[in-house]
Ligand binder design. Structure first.
Ligand code: HQG
Length: 205
């Protein structure tokens, strides 16, 4: 990941600032480390660190910042930079609170969406060994609260590469799903749903 920093002239920046006088607050490695910790904390294990999460996934930002400070030695400003420049829109900060937008395993409400404009086809990248089962049983949330879909084939390949170097890609007929009454939600750069039945799934790669 690119570094994140702040500059008196240019403000917050990713990579390098225009005037060259900016200060890096997080190098690429540290940025990724803290971002992954925040994802884990807000999606999977808030309670292990004494963090309370409300029914929509919100935690108090100052409490989260304290945990991040203890664990990684960086503060509120670094967290705000990570959230602002996150390439997938993983997090949201509002009214002194922070949440992960998607990816949860903890039991929170997921029935909200940033848009009702859903592309007619979305994609899902996975381990090739999962395809047979998916075509038989449909796409299930497995250990998470939702099924996650990508807007482009390239994004789906990247998601799938977390599971296998040469992932399978499935096309999901979201237009027909919506016509049939299924809800698709937009959260950051990602789309989510509760379940995709086999009849809306076609393997394309
Ligand atoms: C598979 C990351 C067999 C499914 C990513 C997937 C994403 C089945 C795996 C987000 C199945 C679950 C989520 C069935 C589903 N039979 N296998 N019936 N139904 N599966 O990690 O979508 O970078 O929970 O294909 O980029 O890979 O962390 O889901 O392979 O956006 O922000 O079960 O997490 O985002 O794996 O990833 P995961 P995912 P971040």
């Amino acid at each position: 990941m690119k570094p994140l920093g702040i500059c008196d002239n240019c403000g917050e920046f990713e990579g390098s600032c225009k005037c060259g006088k900016g200060r890096i607050l997080l190098d690429g490695k540290k940025r990724e480390l803290v971002s992954k910790f925040l994802s884990g904390l807000l999606r999977h294990f808030p309670h292990s660190f004494g963090i309370d999460v409300d029914e929509e996934g919100w935690a108090k930002l100052d409490e989260v910042a304290e945990v991040v400070k203890d664990r990684h030695g960086v503060g509120m400003r670094e967290i705000e930079l990570i959230v602002r420049f996150d390439p997938k829109g993983r997090f949201e900060i509002k009214d002194g609170k922070i949440r992960a937008k998607y990816g949860h395993s903890i039991n929170i409400r997921v029935d909200w969406s940033e848009s009702t404009k859903i592309p007619p086809v979305l994609y899902h990248g996975t381990h090739p060994a999962n395809v047979q089962s998916i075509l038989k049983r449909g796409l299930l949330p497995m250990k998470r609260r939702e099924v996650h879909l990508s807007e482009t084939i390239q994004d789906a390949i990247e998601v799938g590469r977390r599971h296998h170097p040469n992932p399978a890609v499935l096309a999901i007929d979201t237009k027909r799903m919506i016509e049939a009454g299924f809800k698709i939600r937009k959260k950051g750069k990602v789309y989510t749903t509760d379940y995709v039945p086999p009849k809306y799934i076609k393997r394309i790669l």
